[in-house]
Design a protein around this ligand. Sequence first.
Ligand code: CP
Ligand code: NVA
Length: 307
Amino acid sequence: MLKGRSLLTWFEWTKVEIRFLLDVAKQLKAENKPQQRFAGKTLALLFEKRSTRTRCAFETAFGEEGGHPVFLSTTDIQLGAKESIEDTARVLGRMFSAIQFRGYKQSTVETLFKYSGVPVYNGLTDDFHPTQALADIMTLEEYCGTAPGKKLAFIGDGRNNVARSLVVICAKLGVHIMIITPPALNPDPVLLSRCKPIAAESGATITVTADPAAVAGADAIYTDVWTSMGEESKKAERAALLQPYQVNQSLMEKTGRQDTIFLHCLPAVKGEEVTAEVIDGPQSRAWDEAENRKWTIKAILLATLMD
Ligand code: CP
Ligand code: NVA
């Protein structure tokens, strides 16, 4: 049973459990029929960083089922400022059915999990963005068929939270993941060595390369901003490093396929990591992917809050 479970990284979920969430999300999207399933429940939405999709997906998924989401930014509440994260967790756990956290340190979401006693969902930290990765796989499956054996090429900042979560979920589900990035931005070797045995079991491969031509044959090309939230001082350095990794029409053509889809977690900086031609073009599924945040988050909430 998944009731009471938290989502911190995907490492703590099995392939079968993730598959179950994807199937629930697909069913919810097909039905599109809210049923007051969260009536009487409450959800604390803690945000240290800005958000459009994640906040709106949690608020709409929970609220349209009769639940009461409460948005709390760090200008509203004590979160490690005048009160420890442990104590905030203890108090929120007495009042809320569950907690979502978006912010800087992975250790904050882990502390909320340890001390609150209620399900905690990671809505993005510096290290991981797990709810995003589930929506990404749902979108891949909508357009390319079931995930195992598919080829997903992430090109851009290979060490960021989105790339890291994709490596974990692809390793779990048997998706071949390529991280195409300059060596200076290679994913953390500790993360890779943790994922390799998981990939060996699922049949996935994890490839890290600096060569954009590695997109050949990919079912999906994925990119994200070159400068993540909290790293604004690195903007010029990243632009210089990542210019050869821009997703433009010529890169899309390097797959050698016309049915390769383009994915982006959004928000996008058009003209940097992706051209407007690609993200607003016929191969882009970025807008479906944004919508799928809501269905996958509703599936996570249903699975972890209901009997
Ligand atoms: N993709 C994503 O997490 O978007 P937001 O930052 O708008 O929540
Ligand atoms: N890597 C980006 C993702 C935003 C959804 C960031 O952390 O800013």
